[in-house]
Design a protein around this ligand. Structure first.
Ligand SMILES: Nc1ncnc2c1ncn2[C@@H]1O[C@H](COP(=O)(O)OP(=O)(O)OP(=O)(O)O)[C@@H](O)[C@H]1O
Ligand SMILES: [Mg+2]
Length: 331
């Protein structure tokens, strides 16, 4: 379990202060993945560095399984950090070490003996699907394989927590999927609390149980994936259930309505039901569908045909359980 409370990080420079984290509070339970998204400069990497105490927070606390890392004295920090595994965009492997030697580097630092290290390397490399690569060198591996080595190395000290800063940003979509599936499988197998920083919505949708939107060092929105996507009009809902770009107005300038419908198995969509009630179809200008944690979300922008007015359409959609709002007024 990761519990970050009121975390602040201020970088002081001669002529100004940068408040990179401005009161961040979030929790990541064991056996779950929390995503943090936000624009460049939002403070995402600072958050990871402060949780790992690679950078000292200005104030606030970072608890791992109830123990406050910010209260640990410098001399004991190295030991405390073994509870955290870190994965970055690039694995940054030592080219002159074998893969096994890279994986067990943290154990070497911790003074673990050779035989134990060798056993751990083979266990971890098996876990990440590189059982045969122990004696190879980094130059012989693909980007995805190198990231698997980076993940194995992050797990060398048997951490409870995995912090991943853009772990798939340098990978192609197929390899990204494979690495995310690996992180998901390791999370379940080892009961890890995983924090993953990303700018890719596909990453959030594929692996995260919950997500936060960070903006200028503050958590603007946060919640389970199903909750945030279901919050009609919220930024996270719009990012995770994005409509393809179309004009906000109907081609003929008529009114348009935006609809967010949560469709459970066996249910009919509100759009269909509202159409029946109104005695006319509401033509779809743009639409998107996502199934997240077993719940299907449909977001549509629809045209309101004359002589119907937009408020009538919105009311009918709401009566059938959808969230709806007028987005384009009549010309
Ligand atoms: N060591 C530092 N000294 C001074 N300012 C810093 C330092 N590290 C980060 N910052 C500033 O803090 C803010 C947050 O930076 P951070 O690297 O956390 O952003 P980010 O969300 O990870 O961005 P990106 O998506 O580009 O990786 C930025 O304004 C950055 O310039
Ligand atoms: Mg960053």
């Amino acid at each position: 379990m990761i519990a970050v409370t009121d975390l602040e990080k201020v970088y002081r420079q001669p002529n100004r202060e940068i408040r990179a984290l401005d009161g961040v509070t979030l929790q990541v339970p064991d056996d779950s993945v929390h995503g943090v998204i936000g624009q460049s400069g939002a403070g995402k990497s600072t958050l990871v560095r402060c949780i790992a105490l690679l950078d000292r927070p200005t104030s606030g606390t970072v608890e791992i399984n109830g123990a406050d890392l910010t209260a640990v004295r410098a001399a004991e920090l190295r030991k405390a950090r073994r509870r955290l595994g870190l994965v970055f965009q690039h694995a940054n492997l030592f080219d002159s070490r074998t893969i096994a030697g890279n994986v067990t580097y943290p154990l070497e630092l911790a003074g673990v003996g050779r035989a134990e290290r060798a056993a751990k390397a083979s266990e971890l490399l098996g876990l990440v699907g590189l059982g045969d690569a122990g004696q190879a060198f980094p130059a012989q591996l693909s980007g995805g394989q190198r990231q698997r080595v980076g993940i194995a190395r992050a797990l060398a000290t048997d951490p409870d927590v995995l912090l991943c800063d853009e772990p798939t940003s340098a990978l192609d979509p197929k390899t990204t999927g494979e690495i995310l599936d690996l992180i998901g499988a390791l999370k379940a197998r080892l009961g890890l609390a995983v924090l993953i920083i990303t700018h890719e919505m596909t990453v959030v949708k594929r692996i995260c149980d919950s997500v936060s939107l960070l903006q200028t060092g503050r958590v603007m929105e946060s919640g389970s994936l199903v909750d945030v996507v279901g919050r009609f009009g919220s930024r996270l809902s719009e990012l995770l259930l994005a409509l393809p770009p179309t004009a906000d107005h109907a081609p003929d300038g008529g009114p348009t309505v935006e609809v967010l419908d949560t469709v459970r198995p066996g249910d009919a969509a509100a759009l269909t039901l509202a159409g029946h009630e109104l005695g006319t179809d509401l033509p779809v200008l743009a639409g998107t569908v996502e199934t997240l944690a077993g719940v299907t979300f449909q977001r549509h922008r629809v045209l309101v045909p004359a002589p119907l007015d937009a408020d009538q359409a919105v009311a009918a959609l709401r009566r059938h359980g959808a969230q709806a709002a007028v987005t384009g007024a009549a010309a």
